[in-house]
Write a protein that binds this ligand. Structure first.
Ligand code: FAD
Length: 382
């Protein structure tokens, strides 16, 4: 069967869902509340599982052209500049670093012209027999399926999963920016209670992020860049250089929240995808990656199940919920560990990390990350 779907949200998850539906012969309308499509001025990395999902969606070449390869284990440093681990010379994979807007553009280019409607803030969703009716403003659309990819604060989840808890803040906050700088290697600097990440994302741009603890959510500063500088005062080069090369008004500051496990990702003909289903801490770099996996699995389940859409959605739920909820838990633990201010814990962690020779890191990391990175997508019909 081919059907038609409404996708709520035109972020990475929503666009990937639309591409997956297109691959199996469905049509879709993507409703995006913003008047202009795009992504925020920050970066992200994509791991092998995500790159396989992108390949199954047919956009691997475009993604590789837009991203910058870097090693899974890159330079780990301490604030004084000393190395805990060094990237091995000549290793350039298996991760790809992106400016978020570049990855979003790759996906948007693969969505048929005319499928995306901007300025459409969805405020109503209801079942009507075998159809789902999605409303925004004075307009509504009927479809065989609605895919809710409307992010961590999903309106659709709030409407149809009223029992779900709001996303939870566990005490982590993050600043992000894009600097224009050359000669910077991907590196993570581990301070006590905070970390600084730097990652080249192409065309002379370097994405940086500072993660730290916060007593409560919502604390903001008049000059966010000055606050970042204060928190990494005296840290090694190139950190001061990157902050110098960042436009103060472009610095982003967000509190991190994640979702408690939902008992299901499906209600009738409505399915949650991406952060709407399983928002997570960024520390495993898997939020968008999991939304790409979701998109492929949803399309494959629909293709496999013929006319039986409920059976397809049940299959999607069964395949996606355990994996994504496990990763949410792991990412939370990792996120809270990375910003722990405990002095003894910090000393033990950095000492233990230093004991591992750099040459052993790739194999150790590959083993530790295998359950996440080794995922292979179900094949979509050609
Ligand atoms: C600091 C940080 C670093 C990260 N790093 C990585 C990384 O390295 N790798 C990785 O894979 N992931 C990373 N992530 C996670 C990643 O950003 C998210 O998981 C991903 O963007 C989720 O995509 P999404 O499409 O599900 O949701 P979103 O990107 O939130 O998109 C939702 C879209 O829905 C729209 N929308 C919302 N409500 C409505 C409505 N009512 N009607 C219509 N449209 C609506 C929004 O405008 C938006 O365009 C990171 C996250 C953070 C915070």
């Amino acid at each position: 069967m081919t059907g038609n779907a409404v996708v709520v949200g035109g972020g990475i998850g929503g666009l990937a869902a639309a591409i997956g539906l297109r691959r199996i012969g469905w049509t879709a309308t993507v409703l995006e509340r913003s008047c202009e499509l795009g992504e925020i001025g920050a970066g992200m990395s994509q791991s092998p599982n995500a790159l396989r999902a992108l390949a199954e969606l047919g956009v691997a070449d475009a993604a590789r052209a837009a991203g910058v390869p870097f090693p899974g284990i890159f330079n780990l440093r301490v604030p004084s500049g000393g190395h805990i681990a060094r990237a091995l010379p000549g290793t350039t994979g298996p991760l790809l670093g992106f400016h978020r807007a570049d990855l979003h553009r790759v996906l948007l280019d693969a969505v048929p012209a005319g499928w995306v409607r901007t300025g459409a803030q969805v405020s109503a969703v209801r079942q009507d027999g075998d159809e789902v009716v999605v409303g925004w403003g004075a307009e509504e659309l009927r479809a065989d399926l609605a895919v809710a990819a409307d992010g961590v604060h999903s309106t659709v989840r709030r409407l149809l999963w009223p029992e779900a808890r709001d996303p939870r803040f566990w005490g982590n906050t993050v600043w992000r920016g894009i600097a224009h700088a050359d000669g910077v290697d991907a590196a993570m600097t581990l301070g006590r209670g905070r970390y600084f990440l730097a990652m080249p994302v192409g065309r002379g741009r370097v994405y940086w992020a500072l993660g730290a603890r916060a007593d409560r959510p919502g604390v903001r500063y008049d000059d966010e860049l000055a606050e970042v500088r204060r928190r990494v005062q005296g840290w090694h080069d190139p950190i001061p250089r990157l902050l110098e090369a960042t436009a103060p008004e472009a610095v982003l500051h967000h509190d991190i929240t994640d979702l408690d496990p939902l008992s299901g990702y499906v209600r009738g003909r409505v399915v949650l995808l991406g952060d709407a289903a399983h928002a997570m801490h960024p520390d495993m770099a898997q939020g968008a990656a999991q939304s790409l996996e979701d998109a492929v699995v949803l399309a494959a389940a629909l293709a496999e199940s013929g006319d039986d859409i409920p059976a397809a959605l049940a299959r999607y739920d069964e395949r996606r919920r355990p994996r994504t909820q496990t990763i949410v838990r792991q990412a939370r633990a990792k996120g809270l560990g990375s910003t722990s201010g405990n002095a003894v814990g910090y000393h033990l962690r950095t000492t233990a990390l230093r004991l591992v020779p750099s040459s052993r890191w790739p194999a150790l990391a590959a083993k530790a990350l295998a359950p996440v990175w080794d995922w292979t997508p179900p094949p979509l019909p050609r």
